[in-house]
Every structure is written in C-alpha cells, then in structure tokens.
Design a protein around this ligand. Sequence first.
Ligand code: HMG
Ligand code: MG
Length: 303
Amino acid sequence: MKGVPAEVSLYEVSLRDGLQNERVTVPLGEKLRLVDALVAAGLRRIEVTSFVSPKWIPQLADADDVAARAERHPDVVFSALCPNARGLERALAAKLPEIAVFMSASETHNKKNINKTIEATLRAFEETIGPAREKGLRVRGYVSTVWGCPYEGAVPPEASVRIAKQLYAMGCYQVSLGDTIGAGTPRQTADIVERMLDVLPLEAIALHMHDTRGTALANILVGLEMGIRHFDASVGGLGGCPYAPGAAGNVATEDLVYLLHGMGVGTGVDLARLIEAGKAAESIVGRPLPGKVLQAGARSLRA
Ligand code: HMG
Ligand code: MG
C-alpha cells in the first residue's frame, strides 16, 4: 500500500492510561509483573506510570515505586506522565530517561484535567520541559481532545495545531495527538494529520486513539497511509481518561499488532507473547478486557 511505512514504533500506555481508569487499585507487584510481560513481548517504549497528584489519580499513587523498581533493559525506554515541576522532581528521583507532558486542545477538558487554562498550562510547562531536557531527559507531549471534547463537542483543528506546534517548539521530541473520547472518523483524521504535517516533522507526530466507538484502527490506518510511524496502544484495550466521561481504552496493542503484521509492517513485537501479557493484564484487573485479538487468538487465515 502506498505510503505505508515498513516499520512502526509502538508506545505502550496500559500501565498509565489503562490503570488510571480502573476501579481497583492494582498492587505494586502486579504492576511490575505487567511491565515484565510487556517487555518480554518486545515492547520497547512503555509509559509505566504518572507523576500526578495522588488525590486526583489514586490508582497511580505508587508511581515513585513503580518507576524506580521497573526492571531496566538497555533497549527499553520507560516514561511517565508529568504535569509540572513537582512531577519532574519525582521522575528524576526515579531515574527515568523520559517524561510526557500533557494538555488539551479544549479549555474545559484542560481545566477539568489539570486545573489550569491552556495558556497557564503552557507557561507552567516552561518549568518542566526545559529543565527536564537540561537534565538529559527526553520529553514527549500529548494534546488531548483533538478529535472532540466531552464537554465542548467539536474542537477546531487549528486549536490542536497551535498547541502541537508550541509543544514541539518548547522541546518535545514528539507530540502524541489524542482522540481522548474515541470520536474520530477517517476523513477527520486525514484532515488533522495533513494539518499537523504542515507544521511538524513526520517523526514528531504520534497518534493516541481511544476506541470508544470502534473507529481507532480505521483512523490509525489513515495515519499509516499518510506515513505516520508512531502509535500509542494499550494491551487488552485497558483504560480511558478519568476526566473524560465515557472514554474507553486505547486501541488494544494486540489488535494493532495483528493488523500491522498482517500488512507486512514490522513492530518488533511477538504477538503470542503480547497476548500472554494481555492475559496477565486481565488477571491483574480481575475482568475480561475488550481487545479482540486477545479474545479470538492470533490465528491468521492468510496463506
Ligand atoms: P492542583 O490541585 O491545581 O495543583 O492540581 P496544586 O499545585 O494546587 O497542588 C495541589 C496538591 O497536589 C498539593 O498537595 C501538591 O503538592 C500536589 P497538598 O498540598 O494538597 O497535599 N501536587 C502533586 N503531588 C504529586 N505529584 C505532582 C503534584 N503536583 C501537585 N506532580 C495537578 C494540578 C496537575 C497536579 C492535578 O490537576 C493533577 O494531578 N491532574 C492529573 C489528572 C490526570 O492525571 N488525568 C489523566 C491523565 S491525562 C489523559 O489521560 C489523556 C491522555 O491519555 C491523552 C488522551 O487520551 O487524549 C494523556
Ligand atoms: Mg489517553
């Protein structure tokens, strides 16, 4: 297929985006078991936790321990969400090589999620992004509600483009565009990606698609055909955003890997072991997860 890259890089978010939205608080040992299972499956970029306020996200109150104790491997990069200078201090104490700052393209979601206006958030990031880079950390940026806001509805693409451009200019090596509420459809995705490609290098764009309405893979396929090479995913489809009512999990990593491998696109991931990691995630949260390949198995009917 025209434009589709030979290889893509996956960024695993189940331990953060997934677990932040679970009713149960998963014990530290179980989180570390999931980290190991994801590494064993071949995932090389893993967001292991979030250095946010434990009052806001109690499920990740053990972030310092998870980040410090996750077993290191030379080719695996662990990252964590980080909203402010206090988060950066915690990331440095845990010796993480990367953090991810996050904000929304819509005011209401930004306010509900991080308790600041968009402009105040960008100002506050000056105390986070620059200092993190001075200490040798890489910084990723998220823009949420790019495809729609749970409070405001449609979000003008210009608003997302302006923030993405600014995060990149401030020093984020990559900007992950979030369909926080899983509302996107393919033509909208083509429009958003085209506008982003006008202001950001291809390598600086990642897609973070929640699968609330079953359109995540269709949107990712559009991105792939436009050359995008970075995709966020969550094993089993674990997750959501606690400040986006009704948001379901990210696209399931195993569904995305099945699709990519079927198209001949390399990921470095072993699908059978990824399914094992998905089973581990199910046992850890104590409920079946929605990932389709997790439920149906990896069998391909291709000759
Ligand atoms: P605030 O209440 O406005 O901040 O929260 P504050 O500076 O006034 O601090 C209040 C308290 O929080 C203080 O403690 C601070 O020390 C503490 P107290 O004096 O009350 O005991 N605090 C912290 N503690 C630990 N680590 C920190 C930290 N910062 C302050 N880093 C804040 C502002 C940003 C902290 C808060 O709003 C927050 O934690 N929000 C996080 C919300 C969140 O995690 N949402 C989900 C992640 S975003 C998402 O899922 C979307 C994404 O997946 C992409 C997509 O899908 O689109 C990324
Ligand atoms: Mg998300």
